[in-house]
Design a protein around this ligand. Structure first.
Ligand code: AMP
Length: 452
């Protein structure tokens, strides 16, 4: 080993076998039962976005640290930099686990010369992101995002479309009562004027601010507005907001975005104080909040980032994007009582009733899987227990295989909901199941359907 670094107490205890192995704090396993809800969010997001001509992209989970360092900017938010998981690999490369998607997607945009593609280039992606955060409800160290970027247009209609698509995804998922908070952080000169104003306004009370806010006041004053500390909040409450400093063009841009949303019936509240965690935003900034999921109520957010592509070594093209927090959306869906999709069971569950039937069942399952979802038992089972196994697996049909069935070349096929059963030759099994006639029996009576 020998990284030269002292081991943390948790890791040391683990190596000595004193501690039960468990997932790292702030990370979580996604168990089989979690997948239907999870997949539905990605499937719905993909459907809504691809209907709007947005194409999928997947970028690596880690990048050269510089990709993120350049995008957050040097003067920027040291908080984000401190939150990054950056490490040296064996080749001495400094790498960072992505804390967000935009920088990596734009790195790919530049690397693949996407500015020569039909413009705008509209991309969506999803996957894990990593930040060394203080873990709490809705705030993890590995979390997951669905991400959208529209690169190559500065038209306000693109901002409105991006926001409306976020709302569409949530609506299609069945989430109601979300709040879109829309603001503008202006152009760089507006931000500079606002930051200067904040420095002046807060200078007399700087010693009363929290340490985080004092650091922000020094490096990126606007971010003081995001303070969680109640005293900080009280101190900034009477001050002007970035929105009060917009130049006429930035203001017109905001009004045009708002007019689109009005025309499309996408509800929003104007939030004059909205600022984003990352420093590269220009003009449009927005967040989407849900009630009932605790203090971390932002389901996602985004904004315009004109200038970022050139900061990453590409041409000077504008862009807008957003990120949706998967864990928060799932939490909000649960709080809102939106039913999770019920996972399908197999169409057929084969029960081997003697040892010889174990291999037969497995082989028959393999054949039928070209057409159906089929599972089977891995050991001899008494019929009653086997039927219970089939039921627990959520199967539609159970097929029992034993000595008698083998001799006759049949399977005892039972439709579990109706209780209807019949003997079916191996060769007829697929056709019988596909016709699904046993399902038409009156539930519970075991009576076959009457002819005519
Ligand atoms: P951001 O890139 O900070 O604007 O984050 C976009 C969205 O990702 C947020 O609104 C959250 O829904 C989600 N998110 C950000 N950080 C975390 C985290 N540490 N844990 C869980 N979700 C997060």
């Amino acid at each position: 080993m020998g990284t030269g670094r002292p081991l943390g107490p948790a890791y040391a205890a683990c190596r000595l076998g004193r501690m039960k192995l468990r997932a790292v704090k702030g990370t979580a396993d996604r168990l089989p039962a979690d997948h239907p809800r999870w997949n539905r969010v990605i499937e719905v997001a993909g459907r809504v976005l691809e209907r709007a001509g947005i194409q999928p992209i997947a970028t690596p989970v880690f990048e050269f640290a510089e990709v993120f360092e350049r995008s957050v900017g040097e003067a920027a938010d040291l908080v984000v930099q401190k939150e990054m998981y950056t490490f040296d690999d064996r080749g001495g490369r400094r790498l960072t686990l992505r804390p967000e998607f935009t920088a990596g997607v734009l790195r790919a945009y530049v690397e693949h010369g996407m500015h020569t593609w039909p413009s705008p280039v509209k991309l969506w992606s999803h996957g894990p992101a990593f930040r060394a955060e203080n873990v709490q409800r809705g705030r993890f160290r590995q979390f997951h995002q669905v991400n959208l970027e529209i690169v190559g247009t500065g038209a306000p209609v693109a901002d409105a479309e991006a926001i409306a698509l976020f709302a569409d995804v949530l609506r299609e998922l069945g989430l109601r009562g979300v709040r879109v908070a829309l603001g503008s952080v202006g152009d760089p000169a507006d931000r500079a004027r606002y930051n200067a104003y904040l420095r002046d306004a807060l200078a007399p009370v700087a010693q009363d601010l929290s340490e985080t806010s004092r650091e922000r006041l020094r490096l990126n004053p606007m971010r003081v507005l995001d303070a969680k500390d109640a005293r900080d909040q009280a101190l900034v409450a009477p001050l002007k907001r970035p929105f009060d400093f917009l130049n006429p063009e930035a203001r017109a841009h905001f009004d045009a975005v708002a007019a689109c949303l009005d025309a499309w019936g996408v509800a929003y509240d104007v939030d004059p104080g909205i600022v984003r965690g990352l420093d590269y935003y220009r003009r449009t900034a927005f967040e989407i909040h849900a009630e009932g999921i605790g203090a971390q109520s932002a389901l996602g957010g985004g904004g315009r980032y004109d200038g970022l592509v050139s900061q990453l070594g590409g041409p000077d093209v504008p862009g807008i994007g957003w990120a949706l927090g998967m864990e928060r959306v799932l939490d909000a869906l649960e709080q809102a009582g939106v039913a999770a999709p019920v996972p399908d069971g197999p169409t057929l569950y084969l029960v081997p009733m003697d040892d010889e039937a174990v291999m037969e069942a497995a082989g028959l399952a393999r054949d039928l899987r070209a057409h159906l979802r089929v599972e089977h038992g891995y050991a001899r089972r008494a019929p009653g227990k086997g039927l219970r196994d089939a039921d627990r697996a959520g199967a539609r049909y159970a097929g029992l295989l034993g000595a008698r069935e083998r001799a006759a070349g049949v399977v005892q096929l039972k439709h579990l909901a109706s209780g209807q059963e019949t003997q079916v030759a191996w060769g007829d099994l697929l056709r019988t199941i596909e016709r699904d006639t046993l399902a038409d029996a009156v539930p519970g009576t075991g009576e076959p359907p009457r002819a005519g």
